[in-house]
Design a protein around this ligand. Structure first.
Ligand SMILES: *[C@@H]1O[C@H](CO)[C@@H](O)[C@H](O)[C@H]1NC(C)=O
Ligand SMILES: *[C@@H]1O[C@H](CO)[C@@H](O)[C@H](O)[C@H]1NC(C)=O
Ligand SMILES: *[C@@H]1O[C@H](CO)[C@@H](O)[C@H](O)[C@H]1NC(C)=O
Ligand SMILES: *[C@@H]1O[C@H](CO)[C@@H](O)[C@H](O)[C@H]1NC(C)=O
Length: 253
């Protein structure tokens, strides 16, 4: 019984720690510089006799008790929400909105963490043929990869298990010429690269036998053409002899 109690306690403690950690690096709201955003306190029964207070990073940025003593009246909506007009990187952090009844008891609170992120820019997709590993290595280049989510599309299909900045596909799996795009996304935006169709020379013939067959076939053809040119030069070639020669060679092979 004591064992179960201890396990139960540990489980609750772990859950609590997880909750704290999750709170630490997730944001309730995301915005990009220059954008405007309303922080939704949304207290519909707000009157002028209520006390309304907004705090950013423990600094009071709005206070109204009868009249506004901190901040600007136009930064607040009729239900007490705070309007951030032109967001800057310094606008991020923790916001707390608080409405108090005239008797100083709490009516409504709102707390949230705002994160400010740049929009992602279009990634540049490049590739290289790695003959030692017989693979095409694709790289989805962005200037700041931190915190971005990468995804890959082959022809029109998303490669669900590929979420890294690089992608490696073996020549064998690449049979025909195929087109790749990579996408980058953060919490507020998404961008796709241009289409890239990797062509590495071994893609044409990646089996030794195929190479030999192509070489042999090509060699035979060249010999045949030399033979025809020779006959031509010797004026031995009229249209009927050409047809006969071709028929003769085809029946040989
Ligand atoms: C609070 O007020 C703003 C504008 O005054 C409005 O856009 C918003 O929808 C309101 N919130 C709710 C929950 O009604
Ligand atoms: C508020 O705190 C965040 C970090 O939590 C910081 O990035 C931001 O610059 C701070 N803003 C102000 C105005 O203090
Ligand atoms: C509410 O609190 C403020 C300061 O915290 C004080 O000035 C005011 O007199 C209080 N009002 C009531 C009704 O207790
Ligand atoms: C304070 O005022 C609110 C709204 O007027 C009321 O609902 C609440 O019961 C009051 N609380 C006390 C302790 O007087």
């Amino acid at each position: 019984m004591a064992y179960f109690t201890a396990m139960f306690g540990a489980a609750i403690l772990l859950g609590f720690i997880n909750l704290l950690m999750a709170k630490e690096d997730t944001c309730d709201l995301y915005a990009t510089p220059g954008q405007s955003l309303t922080l939704p306190l949304a207290y519909e029964r707000l009157t002028n006799s209520h006390i309304l207070r907004w705090v950013h990073n423990n600094t009071v940025i709005f206070y109204r008790q009868g009249k506004v003593s901190t901040g600007k009246p136009e930064d607040i909506t009729s239900n007490g929400s705070l309007v951030l007009k032109k967001i800057l990187f310094s606008s991020q952090g923790i916001y707390k909105g608080h409405v108090l009844h005239p008797n100083n008891t709490s009516a409504k609170t709102w707390t949230g963490r705002l994160c400010v992120l740049d929009k992602v820019s279009k990634p540049q997709l490049s590739y290289s043929c790695d003959f030692s590993s017989m693979a095409v290595n694709l790289n989805c280049h962005v200037t700041k990869p931190e915190g971005l989510v990468f995804s890959w599309t082959l022809d029109k299909e998303t490669l669900k298990s590929e979420t890294k900045q690089t992608l490696s596909i073996s020549f064998i799996d690449l049979k025909a010429e195929r087109s790749f795009t990579c996408d980058v996304a953060n919490k507020i935006s998404k961008a796709s690269s241009d289409k890239v169709r990797p062509t590495c020379p071994p893609l044409l013939s990646f089996k030794r036998q195929t190479v030999m067959a192509v070489l042999a076939g090509g060699g035979g053809l060249i010999l045949f053409l030399l033979f025809v040119i020779c006959l031509w030069k010797m004026s031995l070639l009229s249209l009927p002899t050409l047809v006969l020669t071709i028929w003769f060679c085809r029946s040989l092979s």
